[in-house]
Structure formats: structure tokens, C-alpha cells
Unconditional design. Sequence first.
Length: 324
Amino acid sequence: MHNNKATYRLLCEQEPSISLFSQPWWLDAVIGPDGWDVALIEKGGLVVATMPYLRQRRAGFLISTQPWLTLSLGPWLRPSTAKLPRRLGQQKELLQGLIAQLPRFDHFEQKWHYDQTNWLPFRWSGFRQTTDYSYVITDLSDTRAIWDGFQENIRKEIRKALNRSHLCVRDDRPLDDMLRLHRLTFARQHRATPCPERVIHSLDAACAARGQRRLFIAEDVQGRQHAAVYMVWDSNSAYYLLGGGDPALRNSGAASLCMWEAIRHAATVTRRFDFCGSTAEPIEQFVRAFGGLQCPYFSVSKTPSKLLAGYRFLTTMLPASQTA
């Protein structure tokens, strides 16, 4: 597979349709160069299908799951101009070819980009699928229309942040300022932050080196930092990757203002804005209010290990007190 990785790195330098989260440099930053590999199919000297995946061993199990901060992974298929029946047949052949290249694993799980909608060959190979949702502003060319598409409460929050709270959004603050607000958000919920900060620092360095990230922090006239939004992008889309806020200053409208500034900046560098929807109801309610299109995406999984499958069943179906 090492030759596959070299070929894949060259492909990603030439093919703009491959997602930001499937880029080799992104995967190197979040999991390390030895932590991932790629299934790849060539025809006539042209790469026609790819599928990066993780390679990890945990507690003796071979695991391939979603990397930190990586909102989508999964297959990429070269666009085809064939008629629909033929195109679907091509997809079947290519996806089955990618599946055949996957190494043995005890558990496999990936969240796919919402553009990839054909998972049938994976179903026929024993995989399962669940559906989640993101919200996407699909056209950033008219920020006035985007503003008009916000729910009224979002516009009110932004006006409050500017006119009553007198907040200013800065984009020159260090990453550690954003991480402090990120920690405060999870502390308010009595939860640990889900991603190690060393990984965030590694990814931030990689994105900053390519000019593909910006963080927005809302401050008041006393210099207090209210909220933050961390955004990454490529030529196809911007993504709301991380955020946070000071629980003591939650009513200032800062979160909505930071998101609006992120959207306005995204309009200058890319075509779409992906809020990277959450299954947490309060977060979904917040990002939905910005007027994005609801986009379903697939989480595809398979657990050949009976022992691990039984453990995963217990941890997902029983109360925590019964699985501790």
C-alpha cells in the first residue's frame, strides 16, 4: 500500500475535488504519516477511485475509525459522464474494488462526505449505515441573501453583540485563546474536551502553513473574550471545525457574531460554508438557524469481531451503570 500512498499524494496535488479532510497532509497532521493508508484503483494509468482509512491497534483489536477533527472520510470516485445506469454500474465496480483492498479489521467506521450517496456495495459486503445531518450554505456569492436567510433571533443576537455589548471580532489572536474558550464550554457541560490539544496544535500548524484556517474571537472593550469560532477551508468549502465561549458571558450574542464573521470571510475564499452539524440538539438548533441546507451524510461501519461487537452493543444499548 506504500506505493498507493505515493500515488495518492500526487493525485491530491492535482485533483481539487478531493475533500480537505481526505488530504494526505491533513491525515498526517491528525494521525501521523504511519497511522493511515489508502485503497486505490487505477485504470489506463488514471486513478479512478480512492479511499483513505486509519490503521490502529487498540487493546489488541485492529481498528479503523474516524481521525480526530476529520469531519468526513470515505470513497472518492472520479466523476463520470456516462448515463445514469452505466454510471451506477461503474460505482458498484469501483466501490467493490475499494472494499476488496481494505485490510483485515475488527471494527471499521467512517463518516462520508454528503456528496457520496451510494453505499449499496458496502451493504452487500456486510456493512451498516446510519444517517446524520449537516447544514450547508451552498452559495456564498451573495452575503446579503445569506443574512436575509438567518432566523430573526440570529440577526437580533448579532445586532446585540455589536450595538449593546460593543463586541469586536479579532482574527489575530493566538490559538491558545480559542482553546481556553473551547475548554470552558466543555467544563460548563461537565465533559472533557473530545480531542487532545496536541492534535489541534498539529493540525493548526498544517492549516496555517497553507493559509487555510482562521480563528475569530469576539472581545469587549474591557478585553474580555466572549466566544470563538475556528474555521478551515479549501477551494470547495469552508468548515466550522471548533468553537467555544465563556459561560459567564453567554448572553452577549458573541457566538452568533463570530459565526457571521466566519461566513463573511468564507465568502472571500471559497464557495460553500459547512456548519458540520451535530447530533447534540442544542448545537443543531443553533447552526440550523443560520439558514443552511440540511444535508444528510452516511456513517458506514462493520464489526467482524464478535467480542468487540458484543461490547459495542452493551455500551450503546445499556445504561452507563451497567457497562462501567
